[in-house]
Write a protein that binds this ligand. Sequence first.
Ligand code: GLN
Length: 378
Amino acid sequence: LRSKLPAVGTTIFTVIGQLSAQYKAINLSQGAPNFPCDPALIRYAHEAMLAGHNQYAPMTGLPALREALAAKAEALYGHTYDPADEVTVMASASEALFSAVTALVHPGDEVIIFEPAFDSYAPMVELQGAIVVPVKLNAPEFAIPWDEVAAKISPRTRMIVLNTPHNPTGTVLGEADIAALTRLTDNTDIVILSDEVYEHVVFDGQLHHGMSRHPKLAERAVVVGSFGKTFHVTGWRVGFCMAPAALMDEVRKVHQFAMFAADTPMQHALAKIMQQPDNYLGLAAFYQQKRDLLVDALKDSRLKLHPSAGSFFLLAEFGHLSDETDSQFVQRLIREHGVSTIPVSAFYSDGTDARVIRLSFAKDDATLLAAAERLCRV
Ligand code: GLN
């Protein structure tokens, strides 16, 4: 069999998830909550099913949900998206990313990806016969080296993939990044694919600099979001994207034949809970408390923690403690200490090993404290 992705194995989240289960480790690996969602959300889904909403939803998404998304973007970021042709409900943020790349990237196009990068980005690009142009974020702050981006932009650059707040580093874009990005993309036909699934998880009173906040960027951006991350229901597989109509038209052409539509009763439930903005407006404080709890519980650990400005994640350096690769270290933490994390080398196309691991604090407080106690013995 001639593989279309010869260099790709099983995603690190599945590999570590299985190892974690096998050793019954405390799981700080996958960025998925281990605590329940709002019971009202489950009630709404149940009510929707009982009311007979069990057949296909509209291809573009339930109108009430698209309208709620457009209203939120307007209220929080000041950008007006037309819910009719600029907002689409997707069967997960992953599907939104995949449909956008498939629709907009041609064979031979170049796509700039910042590494460490979420592990699905590069394979999505390669599947189009396009070329991944990796740009490494500058450790230890993991800032974007804009000079290097400028040098790597070519007439074949079709897309720049952004992710803010950033998985796995927990960094967020700031004003200077927005200015640089605007300068580099102005008067080009470069599309920005902006993964903003942690848009409501930005800490310490900082602003989320999503593309919708900046008109010059919004006009060339496909913004991707996640209901799973926002409402603690990652297993529901409902996400969305927003983009100017001309871009969205193309994305929908792929979405309609990949998934056709997202889950119907879940969309009804989400449309209802979107009417209660406290749910997502309180998310930053909710996760900041978890970040602080974990950081505090690890203050006696020998791991060197990086700050986290947003997302569900923080990075920890271990290079001063052992000569192992990050994968070996992660496996030993699971086997000998009963805590699972993610090796950050999995987020580099060339396997760069900065001897850093990713910890997820999207866990209940007892889990975070128990994991920290174990990690303090490392
Ligand atoms: N986004 C989550 C993470 O980074 C889960 C991703 C996945 O399992 N595909 O942990």
